[in-house]
Design a protein around this ligand. Structure first.
Ligand code: GLA
Length: 386
């Protein structure tokens, strides 16, 4: 019976043109066949000749066999979401914990995936000992520089030849184009950025060095970032890639701003990457940052607990399509696109900016099945053979 159904489905499905297939979404026609058919080709393989396709990755994913299989099949690069961050790798001064990072690097080597080391120097996720000495006072510039150097040398040194490149500094520039007044900036000064890249270049001369930030769609932030990268280049540093995160909403930002960022950054002679791509479908809730949905009007802020309505999924697919249109148009400037979550269920958007919502920000659903967005992207790829 099932076999007959699958056969019938397969036949009727194959009679459709490619456009009909993508317009309709296969799950509307016959879900089982759709998923079976698609299972054959890894998603990243469709991007061959354009750019790497990566995913955000967390060691806990390995506990879920289906998710693990899905990730290793469909993505060629892994960016660890948190494991490489300072507070996890060096929780106590001079005492390093590589249990999570080793796990990622080992499994990536086994599965022949690239690893992006994210991130060495950032404003947040720092241990409490980092910026203050035993007396409770701020460390001196020299002291903090030494800590920075030791950290970068130890972490990068351990994974030399195993981690392809590093987000050396994450999120250094503010929306208005000024430097973010992180503790690194406050104690060391503006040149903490330069120092971090110099240490990184010494620690592993073969590794690619990246700069990563969000909101590079804004003109002031983009210009300031361009200036910052120029300064690093003038000091002889080879910044391989500038990554913009790409946490998008259905209607924000304009793709023309995304395009401007790609073009302007590439003029510096660097590659560009989209490092944390997702498209939330939920209403903005920044004014309720870190609250739980239990404290809010769930009807208003968590409208899709029963499932993602077709029309919203379609809007999201249109959004992914317009973004990938730009990315494919400039694919010679782009080294990698990383989908921040491998599926809707594990996406951080379910808990940010408000905890406990049900978002659908990824290209794959909670069961790792393809969504409409997947077909839109696939259609574009078909029309954009390199
Ligand atoms: C920022 C950071 C990431 C991660 C996300 C949330 O974009 O760069 O490392 O913490 O927030 O998943």
């Amino acid at each position: 019976m099932l076999l007959r159904y699958l056969l019938l489905c397969s036949l009727s499905y194959n009679l459709l043109s490619y456009e009909q297939k993508t317009a309709k979404t296969k799950s509307e026609i016959c879900p089982e066949v759709t998923q079976v058919n698609l299972a054959a080709v890894p998603f990243y393989a469709h991007f061959k000749g354009h750019f790497q396709l990566g995913t955000g990755f967390t060691p806990s994913y390995l506990k879920d066999q289906d998710l693990t299989r899905h990730i290793f099949k469909n993505f060629s690069s892994l960016t660890s979401e948190n494991a490489f961050k300072f507070s996890i790798v060096q929780p106590h001064h001079g005492s390093f914990d590589f249990s999570q990072t080793d796990l990622i690097v080992d499994v990536a080597q086994k599965e022949k995936k690239e690893v992006v080391g994210h991130t060495l120097i950032w404003e947040t996720m720092n241990p409490s000992w980092l910026f203050k000495g035993a007396d409770g006072k701020d460390r001196s510039r020299q002291e903090l520089l030494k800590i920075m150097k030791d950290h970068i040398f130890t972490v990068m040194g351990r994974y030399r030849g195993k981690v392809k490149g590093w987000d050396v500094v994450n999120e250094a520039i503010m929306k208005d184009g000024t430097y973010r007044e992180s503790d690194w900036y406050r104690i060391i000064g503006e040149d903490y950025i330069l120092k971090a890249y110099q240490f990184a270049a010494e620690a592993d001369p073969e590794a690619e060095l990246y700069y990563n930030d969000y909101g590079l769609y804004g003109e002031k932030k983009l210009l300031a970032t361009v200036e910052m990268i120029k300064k690093l280049q003038e000091q002889g540093l080879n910044i391989h890639t500038v990554g913009f995160q790409g946490h998008l909403m259905l209607n924000w930002p304009a793709v023309s701003d995304l395009e401007r960022a790609i073009v302007e950054l590439n003029k510096l002679g660097v590659m560009v990457a989209v490092t944390e791509l997702d498209v939330t479908v939920l209403p903005g809730a920044w004014e309720h940052l870190n609250k739980s949905i239990k404290e809010l009007d769930s009807h208003k802020y968590n409208p899709y607990i029963g499932g993602l309505p077709m029309d919203v999924e379609k809007k999201q697919a249109d959004r992914y399509r317009e973004v990938f249109e730009v990315l494919l148009r400039h694919s010679e400037k782009i080294s990698r696109v990383t989908l921040w979550a491998p599926n809707d269920g594990v996406s951080w958007m379910n808990d940010f900016p408000v905890r406990g919502r049900r978002d659908y920000a990824a290209v794959f659903d909670r069961k790792n099945r393809v969504k409409k967005s997947y077909f839109e992207i696939l259609t574009l790829l078909k029309n954009n053979n390199p």
